[in-house]
Ligand binder design. Structure first.
Ligand code: FE
Length: 358
């Protein structure tokens, strides 16, 4: 893998290789499974990723070792990367985009910066509900949006669904981050999918009425507020709790001791899950290598590393999450196709605005 200083050089090399090899781009790949292929002829990919974990780098190095294909990493947040690929246009060196939340992948698809991919390897590994029906993006990991509660003030028996948090008994007790956050937008979009706009809006209004405070901070801040008793429950992504659990500083341990994890909607459609995922860029100069790379990320070895680092659930079936995540217990997840969260995103944003969700 190539570090920051070599990025530009890597991209330029990539373009050069792409130009030289351009005419072979559409021919069947004879050496797909040939791990002896040398770096010199195996080429490279330019990976635009909003993930920045050391273990991801290890994973990319493993891919290079197996295939000879170099991975040039360009990091940024989802918005920046999507904007960048858009601005680069036809000459974009981007091959693969990796980002979190289907809302972001959907936006990238809408911007026309992705291309559909047909790969039996990917579609047989990744369940249909966590990938684009047209092959524009593929879920690699899953994250659950759960309820975290204050152990002293809440008996988990009182908890049931996201919907129930809009009931009067939760008045001034609920914390959640702002409506500008894509996680909440996707949650609301999923409710629109399930129940339609009207019912979802009634729920959102009730939820807003029960806010203990105006939305502020990120998911971790909501967990801290629950632990401190500023609110009794919050809606957050599960891996933020796992992260606190793994941190060995006394402050994090104190927070973890004061909270409990609850998977909502177990008898009604399942807990809301979202994905982080990968897609091939519309003008990928190294399209075949890009597909090989995503195929690699769906192997059990890669899935384990990729999911574990951020305490997520692997997207492929029959692979357990890490110990910390497993300690939260088994749960039923929603089987809605996540692409609906993208389709309903703008409706969700408008609905949250009408509901007074700041
Ligand atoms: Fe997150």
């Amino acid at each position: 893998m190539i570090d920051t200083r070599s990025r530009l050089a890597g991209i330029l090399t990539g373009l050069a290789i792409a130009a030289i090899a351009g005419c072979t781009n559409n021919t069947p790949e004879a050496n797909t499974t040939d791990t002896e292929t040398t770096a010199a002829n195996a080429g490279e990919i330019n990976l635009y990723s909003s993930r920045h974990y050391d273990s991801d780098r290890q994973l990319y190095d493993n891919f290079t070792e197996e295939t000879g294909i170099e991975v040039n990493l360009i990091e940024g947040n989802a918005e920046e990367l999507i904007e960048r690929i858009k601005n680069e246009g036809e000459n974009s060196p981007a091959d693969v985009l990796i980002t979190v939340d289907v809302g972001n992948l959907w936006r990238a698809q809408q911007e026309g910066i992705l291309q559909p991919v047909e790969s039996e390897t990917i579609t047989s590994a990744i369940p249909a509900n966590v990938r684009s029906p047209e092959g524009y993006w593929f879920g690699l990991t899953k994250r659950a949006r759960i309820i975290v509660y204050n152990q002293d003030n809440v008996n988990p028996d009182e908890l049931s669904t996201y919907e129930a948090l809009a009931e009067p008994e939760w008045q001034d007790r609920v914390c959640v981050r702002s409506s500008s956050n894509i996680y909440n937008q996707s949650l609301v979009a999923s409710k629109i999918e399930e129940k339609g706009v009207e019912e979802t809006e009634t729920w959102a209004k009730g939820l807003v009425e029960n806010f203990a405070r105006e939305p502020e901070g990120n998911d971790t801040d909501q967990i801290k507020a629950v632990a401190a008793g500023e609110c009794d429950v919050a809606i957050v992504n599960h891996y933020y709790i796992a992260r606190l659990k793994q941190a060995d500083d006394p402050q994090s341990q104190q927070i973890v001791e004061n909270i409990g994890v609850f998977f909502p909607n177990q008898n009604e459609g399942g807990t809301h899950v979202n994905i982080s995922g990968a897609a091939v860029a519309a003008n990928a100069p190294n399209q075949e290598n890009a597909v090989k790379f995503i195929e690699y990320l769906t192997t059990p070895e890669a899935q384990e590393i990729f999911a574990n680092q951020n305490n997520e659930f692997p997207a492929i079936s029959n692979l357990e999450p890490n110990e910390t995540v497993a300690s939260f217990g088994e749960f039923k997840e929603s089987e809605l196709n996540v692409s609906g969260y993208g389709e309903k995103n703008s409706e969700a944003v408008q609905l949250m605005d009408r509901s007074g969700w700041k």
